[in-house]
Ligand binder design. Structure first.
Ligand code: XMP
Length: 507
């Protein structure tokens, strides 16, 4: 398969380059700058990413560019400055920080990289350094008013570089430039599509798994469902799925999702483990302790169910690309805010080999593959839901009674989002049961009951989020319905915090 390699120097935009290249139906992989993989004949070009570092820093990333001159290369921002600095040119601190929008005042019409890029095209600059003088044989291919060497080509090589970021939205012709590189310069066939992915993955899975049996834990989410469908197509009934009811799912979710999986022909064992989970959570109030207890209980339940199956050799997981990309920590390891992906990962003694059919896909690509496999929108368009479920939306300790109340509240909120056509506009929504009671009045009576908070956010990947500006009339209707229908709740709040500084979940 034709592949573009992206060498990561720690830029926040590296994944965006990968997504843009893939939008062009060209497969690409991200690797840390200091772990250049073996470049097989399938590698048709290399992109050097930006970086938060300056090439002038003593500890700046220094990639080994021995492929330069043999393979097409595109340097972006730091990548562009590195190839100047390393080969005899001069990179200096810019007098004015070059940050934000700029327009191209010169474009080399003859250059393959700049094909169809008009004069004045808006580009996005984001660097504190600038290229002052270029090594011999480097030819300017574009400039802005204040940056003469905005882009260059090395003569006699298919090596190109630009100091602006073609991958970000504000570079209006950025996708054209990336296309010019991957298609025009590298000769990509643009044949990496959902259909071709499905076909090759199924063939690879058959080859890898032979006649073996596989077990997979379904969660109701997109990733595990798409992984299951791919495996089902590859090995049919030799795939055994386990779907655990941990008592922390949404209202009626276990039954609904189990039925839709069965409707797709999957071989699924549904396990009612509600009481085991409630027992494990008894008295726990600390969010991290709750997460750990749920993770451990899941493993115990899964292990005991999988143990009933005979001759299983493989464990399938719905791991996706962002979980796999080795992060390039030029600025030190990041701090764990919450131990997110704690559910999953089985003890060594199970001795199962791992198979991960979605390892190379981004989330939106998983959705597209799911659609091509015929997965229903109901499953594909579901909001993300955390592994520990309602346990991290019930602040404090968990009881079956609290779960029941929150399920009712959440169901009213979500059903209304759906019926009012707002569900697909919101990235994630849910309700939170607060550990306090408040005074209210119903009829002539004073009440002292529970408070719930509604949370709905807009986001792209959950890393940052803004609260959804849902219409007041909608919130009024939902609040009314909750207080009228859910016994024990007399107050509804709407969370208007963005992330950062808040997080999406309250715990
Ligand atoms: P936060 O609360 O960190 O959430 O802003 C970001 C996204 O991650 C989900 N989330 C979790 N997912 N296990 C999960 O599988 C967890 O422990 C967990 N905590 C948060 C959250 O729902 C949101 O989509």
């Amino acid at each position: 398969m034709q592949t573009i390699i992206i060498l990561d120097h720690g830029s926040q935009y590296t994944q965006l380059i990968a997504r843009k290249v893939r939008e062009l139906h060209v497969y690409c992989e991200i690797h840390p700058f200091n772990k250049v993989p073996e470049l097989s004949s399938e590698v048709i070009g290399v992109i050097l990413s930006g970086s938060p570092c300056s090439v002038r820093d003593a500890d700046a990333p220094k990639p080994d560019l021995s492929f330069k001159g043999k393979l097409p290369v595109l340097g972006v921002c730091y990548g562009a400055q590195y190839m100047v600095n390393a080969f005899g040119g001069n990179v200096v601190a810019s007098k004015i920080r070059e940050y934000g929008r700029a327009n191209l005042s010169y474009v080399d019409r003859e250059c393959k990289l700049m094909k169809d890029v008009p004069l004045n095209s808006q580009v996005w600059m984001s660097h504190g350094d600038t290229i002052e003088t270029m090594p011999e044989g480097y030819k300017v291919i574009c400039s802005t008013e204040s940056v003469k060497n905005a882009g260059y080509k090395i003569e006699g090589e298919e090596t190109y570089a630009i100091q602006f970021h073609p991958e970000v939205y504000h570079s209006k012709d950025g996708l054209t430039i990336l296309k010019n590189f991957v298609v025009g310069v590298c000769g990509a066939r643009q044949d990496w599509t959902e259909e071709s992915y499905i076909e090759t993955t199924i063939a690879n899975l058959r080859e890898q798994l032979q006649e073996d049996k596989v077990v997979l834990g379904l969660s109701g989410g997109v990733d595990s469902s798409v992984a299951a469908m791919l495996l089902h197509k590859a090995i049919g009934n030799r795939l055994n799925c386990i779907f655990v009811d941990n008592g922390l799912l949404r209202k009626d979710e276990f039954e609904n999702v189990l039925n839709s999986y069965k409707g797709m022909g999957l071989n699924v064992i549904g396990v009612d483990a509600k009481d085991i989970f409630y027992k494990a959570l008894e008295g726990l109030t600390d969010p991290e302790k709750k997460r750990k207890a749920i993770g451990k209980t899941f493993i115990d339940v899964f292990d005991s169910e999988a143990g009933k199956l005979t001759d299983v050799k493989w464990l399938a997981q719905g791991t996706i690309y962002p979980d796999v990309i080795e992060s390039c920590s030029v600025k030190g390891p990041s701090v764990t805010i919450k131990s997110h992906h704690n559910v999953g990962g089985l003890p060594d003694y199970m001795k199962l080999k791992l198979v991960e059919p979605l390892r190379s896909l981004f989330k939106d690509e998983v959705r597209r593959v799911g659609k091509a496999l015929g997965l229903k929108d109901e499953l594909l368009k579901r909001h993300p839901f955390p592994g520990p479920g309602l346990a991290i939306r019930i602040l404090g300790d968990i009881t079956a009674e609290k779960v029941k109340i929150l399920q009712e509240v959440d169901d009213i909120f979500i059903s209304n989002l759906k019926s009012e056509g707002l569900y697909d506009k919101v990235w994630q929504a849910g309700a939170v049961l607060l550990p306090i009671q408040s005074v209210g009045v119903m009829g002539d009576e004073r009440t002292y009951e529970r408070v719930v908070a509604l949370r709905a956010v807009e986001s792209v990947d959950g890393m940052t989020a803004d609260w959804s500006h849902l219409p007041y009339e909608f919130l009024a209707k939902v609040s009314n319905e909750i207080i009228n229908k859910v016994k024990g709740v007399n107050r509804v709040c709407y969370d208007i915090s963005s992330k950062p500084p808040a997080t999406i979940e309250w715990e």
